[in-house]
Design a protein around this ligand. Structure first.
Ligand code: NI
Ligand code: MN
Length: 236
């Protein structure tokens, strides 16, 4: 694996990634109201791109504030983008796509996948939920699966995208839990899997230790589980 990107876990499903050429990407930046985000990371000053998996508030989070403050481009589905624009996102900062589509920005591209979940924003229909495959030029392919249940598509994505680093939800209740997520990790054949969407709120009971042992059993140790604490980084 190349080691040209830095991936920082910000708690829940939020990540900050620095691209090989230094672009700053946020995925699902639920920060200021996120009980698991370290205080020092709740209000970023610099962002070039904000990538969203779906419209739920624990994913859209601080998108509008960060976009207004930094001028970042917000990448999301057509429907979610429409809602964000009606809520004040300047049109020139909105990049819209739909499933199967790929957008290229400088040294990375983003493809939108399926997610088996739902999507709304403040009670309004926000299109379908998705996942994000981010391919860095001279760096790894990263797959943030969003909020999802296990789905047969993961086998297809292993073949089609061959992701090296995968973020999977394991918290249960609103997404799959550790056992479903471990089978998903095996289907995706990733080198490295980072668990997310657990522990933020009491109902998200999925255990990263159980996930780790299930992945180890299902992949014969071929897939490494990296449990990041909020604020910790992985270089990939
Ligand atoms: Ni959700
Ligand atoms: Mn969620």
């Amino acid at each position: 694996m190349s080691s040209n990107v830095s991936i920082t876990f910000l708690g829940h499903s939020a990540f900050k990634i620095i691209s090989p050429k230094g672009k700053v990407l946020f995925i699902d930046p639920f920060l200021s109201q996120n009980p698991s985000t370290p205080d020092a990371l709740k209000s970023p000053d610099k962002a070039d791109f904000i990538l969203l998996t779906h419209g739920h508030e624990d994913h859209v989070g601080d998108t509008l504030d960060i976009a207004k403050k930094t001028g970042a481009t917000v990448v999301s589905t057509v429907e979610l983008s429409g809602l964000l624009k009606s809520d004040g996102l300047p049109a020139e900062q909105a990049a819209e796509f739909n499933k199967g589509g790929t957008l290229t920005f400088g040294d990375f591209s983003v493809s939108l996948t399926n997610a088996n979940h739902s999507s709304s924003l403040g009670g309004r229909y926000a299109g379908e939920p998705g996942g994000l495959v981010i391919r860095f030029e001279g760096g790894p392919t990263v797959y943030h699966a969003g909020d999802t249940n296990i789905m047969p598509d993961f086998s297809l994505y292993a073949e089609l995208y061959a992701p090296e680093i995968v973020m999977l939800p394991i918290g249960d209740h609103y997404t799959m839990g550790p056992v479903e997520a471990a089978m998903s990790a095996a289907m995706l054949k990733a080198k490295t899997v980072i668990p997310m969407h657990y522990g933020t709120f009491p109902v998200l009971t999925g255990s990263p230790e159980l996930f780790k042992s299930e992945v180890s059993a299902r992949t014969d140790g071929k897939t490494e589980v990296v449990i990041l604490k909020p604020g910790e980084s992985l270089n990939g």
